[in-house]
Design a protein around this ligand. Structure first.
Ligand SMILES: *Cc1c(COP(=O)(O)O)cnc(C)c1O
Length: 384
């Protein structure tokens, strides 16, 4: 099968290439000046105080879960409609996972379902230590409401903002952490901004930022203030925690810093294509995601819902026409690994119904109006 129009694709400019080549000729391939520059650009764009670059979005979630203090005996809740890493980050640190069903309109964690589940959890004496809202397709979850519940039930909020860099919520960019302790990003090539592989954690807490930096580099510190023993000499470093090598290279950071100069342009084009999809699909038997007032989507993905009975046929015919459709996501709790932990069909009915109907249509900044026209007419052919 030849895919003529993929569901997502990076946009690499001549300037991006120059930025990477420049690093290759410099003294620093890793842990050089590009990391700090990229971190500052993302922190500024997101209006967060601190940004810690890591090797990928999964490492960002892992680091955030660890920095929050989550560990064995702990519990993390997330949405079942997400990439598996949003849940796996709890398992990496030895904690348990549970899910909160989605709102079928926004496709995000249903905050009223969260409130109901928290009430029951309080009665049962098993409240979550951390909750990970996922900004599905680029639409921020209702973070003010999540924050209110976090205050009341005392859990850490880690936003999985992998889809939402460049989006906004109540007048502030996603990633500002106005309603959370941390927010994580991914720079995988299908995401809004890419570094090949890469991730970042945003936070307004200096203490969390220090823990994140420690975790990404073996748990080793050069800072005498963090050491447990007096220094042995100028060479002295201490490993005070069990960290990993989750560092991003300067080659990647230079690409990311160059890409960040086009963030607004990328998001504007994604929004324009989404507007065109929405008007072209009017009158067709498809449902699209609701973007609540006060929210601007970064439009990482454009998902349509069709009748369950039609989904496979529609998917196959679009694929046969060379259109790189996809499904985001198979509910995490139905993955064999999570079934072995006791989850199964029927646990989260809205997520499961969504999954039976969902198709992701191609959407990326370099997609042309003509390519979008091909997708729309193929879809009309199948559905009419
Ligand atoms: C892409 C993605 C991740 C993981 O990012 P990687 O950089 O691929 O590790 C995590 N969560 C969500 C919602 C994602 O879309």
């Amino acid at each position: 099968m030849t895919i003529l129009i993929p569901y997502g694709h990076q946009s690499i400019s001549a300037e991006d290439v120059r930025a990477v080549v420049e690093v290759l000729g410099s003294d620093w391939l890793t842990q050089g000046p590009s990391i700090a520059r990229f971190e500052e650009l993302v922190a500024d764009a997101c209006q967060a105080a601190h940004a810690v670059a890591v090797s990928n979005g999964t490492a960002a979630l892992h680091a955030a879960a660890w920095a929050s203090g989550l560990g064995p005996g702990g519990l993390l809740w997330t949405s079942p409609i997400t990439f598996v890493a949003s849940a796996n980050c709890a398992r990496f640190v030895g904690a348990e996972v549970d899910f909160v069903d989605i709102d079928p309109m926004t496709l995000n964690m249903d905050v009223s379902a969260l409130a109901v589940k928290l009430e029951a959890a309080e009665r049962a004496g098993r409240l979550p230590d951390a909750v990970v809202p996922v900004h599905m397709c680029g639409v921020s979850c209702d973070m003010a409401a999540v924050h209110e519940l976090a205050q009341r039930y005392d859990f850490t909020v880690i936003e999985d903002a992998a889809h939402a860099l460049g989006g906004s919520y109540l007048g502030r960019p996603v990633g500002s952490c106005a309603y959370s302790e941390m927010a994580t990003l991914s720079f995988h090539p299908v995401k809004t901004v890419t570094t090949g592989e890469g991730g970042m954690v945003l936070t307004n807490s200096e203490e969390l930022a220090a823990r994140l930096r420690l975790f990404r580099s073996h748990g080793i510190t050069h800072d005498p203030a963090m050491m447990e023993s007096p220094s042995d000499g100028p060479w002295y470093r201490e490993m005070i925690e069990l960290g990993y090598n989750f560092r991003m290279s300067d080659i990647q950071a230079a690409l990311g810093a160059s890409q960040m100069t086009r963030l607004a342009e990328f998001v504007a084009r994604r929004n324009e294509l989404a507007r065109r999809y929405r008007s072209a699909l009017e009158g067709l038997p498809v449902r699209v995601q609701t973007v609540p007032p006060g929210t601007q989507s970064a439009y990482h993905l454009f998902v349509i819902r069709v009748q369950h009975d039609d989904r496979e046929e529609v998917f196959r015919r679009l694929l046969a026409a060379g259109i790189g459709v996809n499904v985001h996501y198979i509910p995490v709790h139905l993955q064999p690994y999570y079934r072995r932990l006791g989850f199964g069909p029927g646990d989260f009915p809205e997520a499961e119904q969504y999954y039976r109907e969902a198709i992701t249509l191609p959407l990326f900044p370099a997609m042309t109006d003509e390519e979008q026209g091909v997708v729309v007419s193929a879809l009309k052919d199948v559905l009419q």
